[in-house]
Every structure is written in C-alpha cells, then in structure tokens.
Design a binder for this molecule. Structure first.
Ligand SMILES: Cc1ncc(COP(=O)(O)O)c(C=O)c1O
Length: 388
C-alpha cells in the first residue's frame, strides 16, 4: 500500500483511539458450562449469543456426523440448492406456522437483501432508532425514504406514517428484542398501526428465535401474531448455535424473494454441512423448554441484583442485560478490570449504541450456574462501584 493511503488510515485509526472507539480482535475459545478462554485467560462468558448453550459437539455425538460438503458449488438458483435446504425450509416453516421459509447465507444478508427487494426509491421505511446495523444497511441499499422513530415511540411512528406520500409502499421494520438493550418491541401495537396505515411489518427475531414459544418459534409466534407479521426474519447464529439466516412468511413472499433479493441470488448457497448442522441444532433447540425457562429466571435474578446495587440496566426485559455506563473510557476501564478478574465483559460503544450510552452488554446462557453468576455479580458490582 502506498504511504499516502497508509497515512489516512493511520490518522482515522488514531482518531478512533482518541474517542475510545478503537476495536481489535481477541482470540476466544468456548469452554463447557458457559466459560471461554480469551487471550489465554479463562473467563465466565457473559458475552455470547448462544443463549441456550446448545452444544454442537454433543449433538454430533448423539445424532452422528453431519453429511460432508463444505462447499455448495453454486448459488441456490444454479446448482447449489441441496435437498437439505428444502427439508429445513419446509419443516422450519411448519414449526413457525408460516406457509414458507427461505434460507439466506446469514442474518446480515437476509436484512440487506430483503429490505431492498421490498421497497425502493419511491417508498418509505419506518425503522426504530435502535434497530440492528444490518437493517440500517438494508434500508440504505433500498434507497427508500427512511423515517427513524425514537425507540418504541408509537406516537412518533404514527406521525411519520401519516407523512408518507400517497402511493408509496410503507415498510415498518423492527428488532423483536433489541440486541444492545434487551428491550422488546411493542409488536401488538405495531401490528395495529401497520393495519391502519396499510404497511408491511417486518420483525427481526435474531435475539428471540429459539427462546420464546413452546418450541422456540420466536416472539411473534409466542404472542399469537404470526398471521399479522408479513416478514419474519431471523438467524441460526445465536440461540441455534449454528449459522445462516432465514425469512419466514407467505409462499408468495418466498417466491418473490427468490426472484428479487440480490443477497439471495448472487451468492453461493450455504454449505450442505452447515445446513445439516442447523437442522440438527434446531431440532435440539425445539426440545429445550426447560433451558428457555431457566434462561429467563437467571436473567431476572441477574438484572434485579444489578438494579438493587444501583446500576442502570436500561430497558432490559430479557436475557440481554446492559450495564449502561455512559462514557467510552469508563466502559473500557470496567471491561478491562472485569476481564482481568475472569469475567468476559465486552465494552459496547458508539457507533453500535448512541453517543453517551456506552455499556457492557451482558448476555446470559441457560447453562451458566447460579454460583458462577453470583461470583460474576460480586465482581461486576465491586468494579462498577470503584469506577462510579
Ligand atoms: C438484530 C440482529 N439482526 C441481524 C443480525 C445478523 O445476523 P447474522 O449474525 O446471522 O449475520 C444480528 C447479529 O449479528 C442481530 O443482532
């Protein structure tokens, strides 16, 4: 690279460092019981999205090896559409109570492909201000007019819906559980608004898939809203402990996306081995109702303990419990000290969260023991107070 290019990159990196926003990669190897080795140090993993602690190695031992095939060889529309895709899509849709399901290579690719397929330049998207980056990127790619409403603010959303030009398609898009806050979208009220304003409702179930409903079908299903949400999006990378994204909805939607979603059309299909792992992992997650209940019980205890100690846990209502600290520097110090004491606590800073709301995002796993959580809480509370 030329010296000139190195200089502007260097200066951008320095500016990130000055603002406490510089990020770097840390080696992390999962260990049983919800622990992790990070940079050679053993820590309680309070930063994983594998909320149920589903263990793929164990599933593999119980159910046998996944079929070989680490390369699909082509996109789905060419020769990459393995019969395992059909099986997973059909059975998963049946479980969710939708007519169909369509696999994407990741949740990020589902959001960045589906939103531009549904709306374009002359349409409008209404997006909760705390929606995930992949939704924001999908909206940018769509070139639609974007209205960002304050977090869960239905009055502002309604004002914005009224402003949409006549004839424009309207898409309301929301996370079901907000990834950095652990708050829940008002799904019932959103469904009412979308009916009133003839909009499409799209719900990202990345952090609720596998965790709500009798078989982990997600929050939309658990709230009895399946027929009222046109587009359910999710990922197999979190509670399902595997990889890949999906869209669930009507057959017409699937047919349309196969023809119009660029991130589906112009990429190689997921490897058959991954689809097989997703299938087996999903089967295991369906039966984990005890773990689902345990996860919420542990999260409730964890959140309450932090609140009683006077900490700000934002709008958390689930297994994601932020410790909102405000400044980037303070958050980095707390994160560093906690990691030194064996708690994997990762600092989340802008632009992932709004300026001035830097935090440690704790995410619990059903397999964390009560003793380990109490041990971690003692450290979090002590270090949090030292840095107050
Ligand atoms: C709300 C939300 N949507 C989508 C994604 C993207 O999913 P994936 O990791 O499968 O790309 C994530 C996380 O990564 C997320 O938190």
């Amino acid at each position: 690279m030329s010296r000139q290019h190195m200089m502007w990159m260097q200066s951008e990196l320095e500016s990130l460092r000055e603002r406490g926003q510089y990020r770097s990669l840390v080696d992390s190897e999962p260990r049983p019981g919800g622990w992790v080795i990070r940079s050679g140090r053993r820590m309680l993993n309070l930063a994983s999205n594998q909320y149920l602690g589903t263990d793929l190695l164990q599933i593999r031992q119980e159910l046998g090896a996944f079929p070989a095939g680490m390369g699909a060889g082509a996109s789905r529309l060419i020769t990459g559409h393995h019969p395992l895709c059909t099986r997973l899509e059909e059975e998963f849709a049946r479980c969710k109570g939708t007519e169909s399901c369509l696999l994407f290579s990741s949740g990020y690719m589902a959001n960045t492909g589906v939103i531009p397929a549904l709306v374009g330049r002359s349409d409008c998207v209404f997006s909760d201000r705390l929606n995930h980056a992949s939704i924001i990127d999908g909206i940018v790619l769509s070139r639609a007019q974007c209205f960002r409403y304050p977090h869960r603010d239905l009055d502002r959303l309604e004002d914005q819906l009224k402003k949409a030009p006549r004839g424009a398609k309207k898409l309301i898009v929301t996370d079901s559980i907000f990834s950095m806050d652990g708050s829940m979208a008002p799904l019932r009220e959103l469904a009412e608004l979308k009916d009133r304003y003839e909009a499409i409702l799209m719900v990202d179930e990345a952090h609720s898939g596998g965790l709500y409903g009798e078989e982990g079908q997600g929050l939309v299903h658990a709230m009895g809203l399946t027929s009222r949400v046109e587009v359910q999006m999710g990922t197999f990378s979190k509670a399902y402990c595997a990889y890949g994204g999906y869209i669930a909805g009507d057959s017409m939607l699937k047919d349309y996306l196969i023809n119009k979603a660029r991130s589906f059309i112009f990429t190689t299909a997921l490897p058959p081995a991954v689809i097989s792992a997703v299938y087996q992992s999903w089967q295991s997650v369906r039966g984990h109702s005890v773990r689902r209940d345990e996860l919420q019980r542990k999260a409730e205890m964890f959140r309450q303990r932090l609140q009683e100690a006077g900490f700000d846990t934002g709008g958390s209502e689930c297994h994601i419990v932020p410790l909102v600290l405000g400044s980037n520097e303070k958050t980095l110090r707390v994160s560093e000290k906690l990691q030194q004491e064996g708690v994997a606590a990762v600092a989340i800073r802008p632009p992932t969260v709004p300026e001035g709301t830097a935090r440690i995002r704790f995410s619990l796993m059903a397999i964390h023991s009560d003793e380990d959580l109490k041990w971690a809480l003692e450290r979090i509370i002590r270090i949090g107070r030292e840095e107050a």
